[in-house]
Design a protein around this ligand. Structure first.
Ligand code: NAD
Length: 489
């Protein structure tokens, strides 16, 4: 694979009904590198007409695709999994170029392929139930694919998101229109070309590039889309749910933002807790929904923990995301950069104490970089403590009692991932039970996850669950069939 991939090899068009095509009005948007600021490509911007065309293709493909036996469908998924693995370097480069994700920490292609591999087999598990509990009847349920679905994904882990949403949908027998993020459209367009190579029948997988409006909002209010599976910010999630409610009441699965706490008790392995929490913040330059962006450490071990955390956090090597030695890439684009800077400014004007960083920076005069930043004693009601910063920014506050720590951890509109570090098993389980959070790490934190466990959020972090063993269910309707038996003559 040439390094980096040459511009004329990059796919920038929509994939609709088995063909690559430009936008109906030839509109494009420019994608620039967040590291060099140089133009990478002009990418096609999906219009309402393009979006409607993709939905029409998915609708037309649905009857034949859903009628196939799951093993035949699974064959296409298996082939796509192989192609994703074979192209993992190119996918890593495309995301590094578009949104600054360092190739050094790129696991997305393997995770994505894992979803396609699993769901290649899983279609056979779409089974209903039977009941003899009504006298004179044999009753049963059918599980059937819900219909054409939409997937709207964010920019921070687009290849993994593609697998997490498309694999269970097509395994269940649904057809899909996926809209990629305007900040990271290239890897999804590449995945569309791999789906084409895998031989999926036309219209089963359609991929659009473009902004939330018009394409995303057209999908979420479309009368022919039966489910929209969205990952992104809580603010956009609200709009999608409103659009679904005011159109055809389509089913909505939402994976949204986070402001994840980590509680460090005095009996914890402090060095491990510091290394884990730094790792969580460094992943994607803090642009991860599950980053433990709020740390609460017991006051008796706070100086020791802060010192260990600071030493590790300041050390990340910033640079060109395409280079294997780079640990911290730039923020995804100018918008994200300005957004994080606004939080830095708000924090600097507040009552917290700056312990590290606090500024934007550059590497060799380039890039939307933010210094790893730590605030301590950040008041709970300040903007940077309440809202998702989505940058290498952490608050380290102290607590005295377990009850106080739990109360502070839960005092947020979010509930995606929470962690507790302690060697006391009773305390660990008490705290795990008390957290209002979809995932809890005990002596572990994000990005640690398990593919076979449900993933999703409490409260403003979303609704529905994804993950191997859980996602298929979202795409299958329950149909109750009541069979009256004739009396024995
Ligand atoms: P975003 O909400 O700005 O955009 C997400 C997607 O929605 C993009 O494709 C965008 O074009 C589209 N969109 C925007 N407006 C829309 C509208 N009105 N209708 C339909 N679609 C619209 O989020 P982002 O900046 O791309 O991603 C970052 C956010 O995603 C963070 O809040 C992060 O926490 C969250 N996230 C959550 C998870 C999770 O699993 N819970 C995973 C990754 C990211």
């Amino acid at each position: 694979m040439p390094f980096p991939i040459s511009a004329d090899k990059i796919e920038t068009r929509h994939y609709i009904n088995g063909e690559f095509s430009e936008s109906s009005d030839k509109a494009t948007f420019q994608l620039a590198s967040p590291y060099s600021h140089e133009k990478i490509a002009d990418v096609c911007e999906a219009t309402v007409e393009d979006t409607n065309r993709a939905v029409a293709a998915a609708k037309a493909a649905f009857p034949a695709w859903s009628a196939l036996d799951p093993t035949t469908r699974g064959g296409y998924l298996k082939k796509l999994a192989e192609l994703i693995v074979a192209n993992h370097q190119e996918l890593a480069q495309l995301d590094a170029m578009s949104m600054g994700r360092p190739v050094s920490s790129y696991f997305d292609a393997f995770a994505s392929a894992g979803y396609f591999e699993h769901y290649a087999q899983a279609g056979l598990s779409a089974l209903g139930t039977t009941s003899l509990n009504t006298p004179g009847f044999v009753n049963m349920t059918f599980r059937q694919p819900i219909g054409p679905v939409a997937a709207i994904i964010p920019w921070n882990i687009p290849v993994m998101m593609f697998g997490m949403k498309v694999a269970p949908a097509v395994a269940a027998g649904c057809t899909v229109v996926l809209k990629s993020s305007e900040k990271a459209p290239l890897s999804s367009a590449k995945l569309a070309s791999l789906a084409h190579q895998a031989g999926f029948p036309k219209g089963v997988i359609n991929v659009l590039s473009g902004h939330g409006t018009p394409s995303g909002s057209t999908l979420s209010s479309h009368m022919d889309i039966r489910l929209v599976n969205f990952t992104g910010s809580t603010a956009t999630g609200r709009k999608i749910q409103q659009a679904a409610a005011s159109s055809n009441l389509k089913k909505v699965v939402l994976e949204l933002g986070g402001k994840s706490p980590a509680l460090i008790f005095p009996d914890a392995d402090i060095a491990k807790a510091a290394a884990d929490t730094v790792g969580s913040l460094q992943l994607l330059s803090g642009q991860a929904c599950i980053a433990n962006s709020r740390i609460y450490v017991h006051e008796s071990v706070a100086p020791q923990f802060k010192e260990a955390f600071k030493n590790l956090f300041r050390g990340a090597k910033k640079g060109d995301p395409l280079l294997p030695e780079t640990q911290q890439g730039p923020q995804a684009d100018a918008i994200q950069f300005e957004r994080v800077k606004a939080y830095l400014k708000a924090a600097s004007e507040g009552k917290g104490k700056l312990e590290l960083g606090g500024q934007a920076t550059q590497v060799d005069g380039k890039g939307f970089f933010i210094e790893p930043t730590i605030y301590s004693d950040l008041p709970e009601d300040e903007k940077a403590q309440k809202e998702e910063v989505f940058g290498p920014f952490v608050s380290i506050n102290t607590f005295k009692t377990e009850a106080e720590a739990i109360e502070k951890a839960n005092d947020t509109e979010y509930g995606l991932y929470a962690s507790v570090y302690t060697r006391d098993i009773s305390r660990a389980l008490r705290v795990a039970k008390a957290f209002e959070s979809g995932t809890v790490g005990i002596n572990a934190t994000s990005p640690t996850y398990a593919q076979d466990m449900p993933f999703g959020g409490y409260k403003g972090s979303g609704q529905g669950r994804e993950g191997v063993g859980y996602s298929l269910d979202e795409y299958l309707e329950h149909k109750t069939v009541l069979i009256k038996l004739e009396d024995n003559a």
